[in-house]
Ligand binder design. Structure first.
Ligand code: HEC
Length: 250
């Protein structure tokens, strides 16, 4: 009986010893190389861009760089008007700082801001002046809302979509916002109009559209003038995808 008891005591002790030993926290020890993922032997490389949208845009906020500056840059900051060199009436509309400093923004009375009032002025005071067309009601509304929200320089990631690219749904809105002011029907810059499908198709197929927005060396970089921010990569990809599809009228 004594013997059985002592065997049991030894066994219990042994179990306790090993359970303590193995419950000790130990740093994992890593020896050798990290395992590599499966190797693609098909030769097909998936180049579909993946966008991680960490700062999604709030539909109720106005984003200066994405929504306001393109309107001003292509409708107001033209050579002879409100670019840095011409600065008509001291107004320069080429960047956030310049717009804030020279645009006569009135946060207490947004509709009395100089840049906004000029959009609705009559006769020769209207901006852009005739023969350029007035801004659209939507464009004016964006500018007013931006001032009403404090004329801030907010940024966000638009989550620009590279699936289901079409001319009407993807490419035309970009050209309307970022190019049409200078490449409209009146005095189109460089003689190039970008107001409709037929006009866009010409530069799509001769390489100028992608070459200019992608800042390829043989082309004049767009948006203009030199030094303007390049379009976001996702937007360039949208245009590229459309052109690679054959620039269809869809
Ligand atoms: C602020 C005015 C302005 C804006 C905005 C602008 N352009 Fe231009 N663009 C010009 C001027 C000016 C020229 C002629 C430049 C020259 O000949 O030196 C030009 C020339 C071009 C050319 C011919 C380039 C070449 O290499 O011959 C293309 C194509 C073009 N623009 C496309 C675009 C596209 C696409 C956009 C929109 C993303 C755009 N532009 C936005 C002013 C503008």
């Amino acid at each position: 009986m004594k013997r059985i008891q002592s065997i049991a005591a030894v066994m219990a002790g042994t179990i306790l010893f090993f359970s303590i030993l193995f419950s000790c926290k130990r740093e994992p020890v890593f020896v050798g190389e990290l395992p590599t993922g499966p190797v693609d032997s098909t030769g097909i490389v998936d180049t579909t861009p993946v966008y991680v949208n960490e700062h999604p845009c709030d539909p109720d906020s106005v984003y200066f760089g994405a929504q306001v500056l393109p309107i001003l840059a292509s409708n107001c900051a033209l050579s002879g008007c409100h670019d840095v060199q011409s600065h008509k009436e001291g107004v320069i509309l080429t960047s956030f700082d310049k717009v804030k400093a020279t645009g006569g923004i009135n946060l207490n009375s947004p509709t009395n801001s100089k840049i906004y009032k000029s959009l609705n002025a009559s006769g020769g005071d209207r901006m852009p002046p005739s023969p350029y067309s007035a801004l659209t009601a939507d464009q004016k509304a964006v500018i007013l809302k931006w001032i009403q929200q404090g004329a801030q320089n907010l940024t966000c990631e638009s989550g620009c979509d590279t699936t289901n690219v079409t001319y009407s749904g993807s490419v035309k809105p970009l050209l309307d916002l970022k190019c049409k002011g200078c490449h409209g029907t009146t005095n189109p810059s460089g003689g190039i109009k970008l107001t409709n499908y037929d006009e866009a198709k010409i530069v799509a197929l001769n390489g100028e559209l992608l070459g200019t927005i992608n800042h390829e060396s043989a082309y004049i970089p767009m948006p203009y003038p030199a030094g303007s921010a390049k379009m976001p990569q996702c937007e360039i990809d949208v245009v590229r995808i459309w052109i690679e599809d054959g620039a269809p009228n869809n």
